[in-house]
Design a protein around this ligand. Structure first.
Ligand SMILES: [Zn+2]
Length: 284
């Protein structure tokens, strides 16, 4: 095939693709782009929120290296990074890999929320929840802190969300937020008494409260189990690699957040395996 044939073949394929693209597909693409835009905003939140003397809105986005204020076309989620090949247009300093990763992750989460919950109020609520968790994951990794400015409003919003969504009763949400905050508080207290040191930050307690508020108390057993398991695995790997058993503080927020995301999208499967296990039909 010559390149002309090849090009017209591709053109035809594109026509077919466009022709058969249903509304669903269009909305999926929109959900992806919308997510990337939210991710772009999250990047600003992640970098600016933990420091006290900076605001989210000011100053306008600029290159941290050369301080040139970025034009709108330098700020297009995902695309700008790709076109600029990861470097500042003006001074060629490399752009943090965090930018495209957060944008891509949020785009995928937004798409997943749409696929699972369609265009509903539930989808809107869980999109907000996903954005909060994604921001918390990065902020906790960078700054070893879970900002109250996200988790506390998150607890309130989660409860308000339960009042309007059909997938969660307000009782489940209320028990979830009390039990979530409370259970981790007890673990932290126990740890404090047993080891005489702070093993878990207060931020984790508020985060689990927020997760309980958004997902209901039914999620908590899995979230605590899964986050402890993944956290322990990563902790052991870190200890082996560093060759010492000093208590390196590994932020726990990312593991709690990831467990919450896994539960949000796979709760049927989780409950299915849990039932099999309880009935003794699943053995390890
Ligand atoms: Zn620059």
């Amino acid at each position: 095939m010559s390149w002309v044939d090849e090009l017209s073949f591709i053109g035809n394929q594109l026509c077919y693709w466009w022709f058969f693209m249903e509304l669903n597909m269009l909305v999926s693409i929109f959900a992806f782009i919308f997510g990337a835009v939210i991710g772009s905003f999250l990047n600003v939140v992640i970098l600016r929120l933990p420091s006290d003397n900076s605001s989210i809105a000011h100053p306008a986005s600029h290159c941290p290296q050369c301080s040139t204020t970025l034009r709108w076309f330098d700020n297009i989620p995902l695309l700008s990074y790709a076109f600029l090949l990861g470097r500042c247009r003006y001074c060629k300093a490399s752009i943090l890999l965090q930018y495209p990763i957060v944008e891509l992750l949020m785009a995928l989460l937004s798409l997943a929320v749409y696929i699972r919950f369609d265009l509903t109020i539930t989808a809107a609520g869980y999109l907000l929840f996903c954005a909060a968790l994604l921001a918390i994951i990065w902020i906790d990794i960078y700054h070893q802190i879970i900002p109250d400015t996200i988790s506390l409003p998150g607890i309130v919003l989660g409860f308000c969300f339960s009042l309007i969504t059909p997938v969660l009763t307000w009782q489940d949400s209320l028990i979830g937020l009390v039990a979530g905050g409370g259970s981790l508080y007890l673990i932290a207290l126990f740890y404090l008494l047993a080891r005489k040191q702070d093993g878990m930050g207060g931020g984790d307690i508020k985060l689990l409260g927020m997760i309980g508020a958004f997902l209901g108390w039914q999620s908590l057993l899995f979230v605590v189990f899964f986050s402890s398991l993944t956290g322990a695995i990563v902790g052991i790997v870190c200890i082996i690699r560093q060759g010492s058993d000093t208590a390196t503080r590994i932020p726990f927020g990312p593991f709690l957040s990831m467990a919450a995301l896994v539960f949000l999208f796979f709760q049927e499967q989780i409950f299915y395996f849990f039932r099999l296990y309880m009935e003794g039909r699943l053995t390890f």
